[in-house]
Write a new protein. Structure first.
Length: 91
């Protein structure tokens, strides 16, 4: 089963031709698109709006660094409690 439909490939092809000519503009700013990847993204988003068979955008995945930082915080709390106990015994 194909991921992308014919309509989507036609949109991307048209956008790539526009990019080559230098007439493809992006978003609100209206700057000319120079990146090939950006041109493809514009073509696919246009195809999505037109109702072509295009898979949905991938959502942002959670980073593992966020999990690591929380575990570091909990370990630092443990060490701070030990230090307090050590101070009490030295007095």
């Amino acid at each position: 089963m194909a991921k992308y439909g014919k309509k989507a490939s036609k949109k991307v092809a048209r956008v790539m031709r526009e990019r080559k000519r230098g007439t493809l503009k992006s978003g609100r700013s209206g700057k000319t698109v120079k990146s090939r990847k950006q041109a493809i993204a514009i073509g696919l988003s246009e195809a999505r709006r037109a109702g072509a068979k295009v898979p949905a955008k991938k959502g942002a995945s959670k980073k593992s660094s966020a999990k690591k930082s929380s575990s570091k915080k909990s370990s630092s709390r443990k060490t701070s409690s030990r230090k307090r106990g050590a101070r009490r015994t030295s007095r």
